[in-house]
Design a protein around this ligand. Structure first.
Ligand code: SF4
Length: 250
């Protein structure tokens, strides 16, 4: 099932639940006060309309990759409320949690890029990498100072340092969520490009909201948390695009 299909199904289920929440106690409303059924209809209809508009905007972003009104608010809404619902609806139609997390990160990325393209390109960018990218045999400590890397090329840190210097962005390697949060507080970026596994990326995006985080999944040719890899072309293509954006009015 596509992301758009998952949104469509989730919207239908939420609207059906709203309908039930009106029709099941309908006669009870009338007994409390004769105007209550119409007031409840207006209230639930209003909420239903908001849900419908939000899902239509999400589908537009997913299909067209364009900015839409309220994209920043929509992103917060998706991150805070919609992900758990999407995971449950995804399960109903046989999707694995990881598949829904991939869909969630893809949508988040569309919303983040739509915001960046909307005349407010980020100036300060942080590349936030997981510690498992570092070669397991490397004796150098890079978590506090990634510049300690000897650039031997046995792991992607060397290429990431080159990318960071070419595009004028910060690079940091985090050992976990707490350390990542500290780096974010210290560097105060306008945009984070984060690489991690499904679980860490999803929770990282949720933790740092409303800060925009563009998420990229790591590659795990040797299993989880061991000599992982990252698609450097993907990281560079995002940096290239973001650096080519012009601020509004320039
Ligand atoms: S590239 Fe840097 S971090 Fe990676 S193994 Fe070599 S010295 Fe260690």
């Amino acid at each position: 099932m596509t992301l758009v299909g998952l949104f469509g199904l989730t919207a239908v289920l939420i609207l059906a639940l709203l309908g039930l929440s009106y029709f099941i106690p309908y006669y009870g409303f009338g007994r409390i006060h004769q105007s209550l059924p119409i007031l409840m209809a207006l209230l639930i209809g209003g909420v239903g309309l908001l849900v419908l508009v939000a899902f239509v905007l999400l589908i537009v972003v997913t299909l067209l990759g364009r900015d839409v009104p309220f994209s920043q608010k929509l992103r917060s809404l998706v991150i805070k409320l919609l992900l758990p619902v999407l995971i449950k609806v995804g399960r109903l139609v046989g999707l694995r949690k990881e598949e829904v997390q991939h869909a969630f990160v893809a949508l988040n990325n569309e919303l983040v890029m739509a915001q960046c393209r909307n005349g407010h390109p980020p100036q300060k960018i942080l590349l936030l990498m997981p510690h498992c990218l570092q070669n397991h045999d490397c004796p150098v400590k890079i978590t506090y100072r990634v510049e300690n890397c000897k650039r031997c090329g046995k792991c992607p840190i060397k290429d990431l340092l080159e990318l960071a210097s070419r595009y004028g962005v910060d690079l940091a390697v985090a050992t976990g969520g707490t350390f990542a949060r500290r780096i974010v507080i210290e560097t105060r970026p306008d945009l984070i490009i984060a690489v991690a596994c499904e679980r860490d990326l999803t929770s990282g995006i949720q933790d740092t909201t409303p800060l925009p985080v563009y998420g990229i999944f790591n590659e795990r040719p040797f299993g989880p948390c061991f000599d992982t890899r990252v698609g450097l072309e993907h990281v560079e293509s995002i940096l290239r695009e973001v650096r080519s954006l012009k601020p509004e009015g320039s």
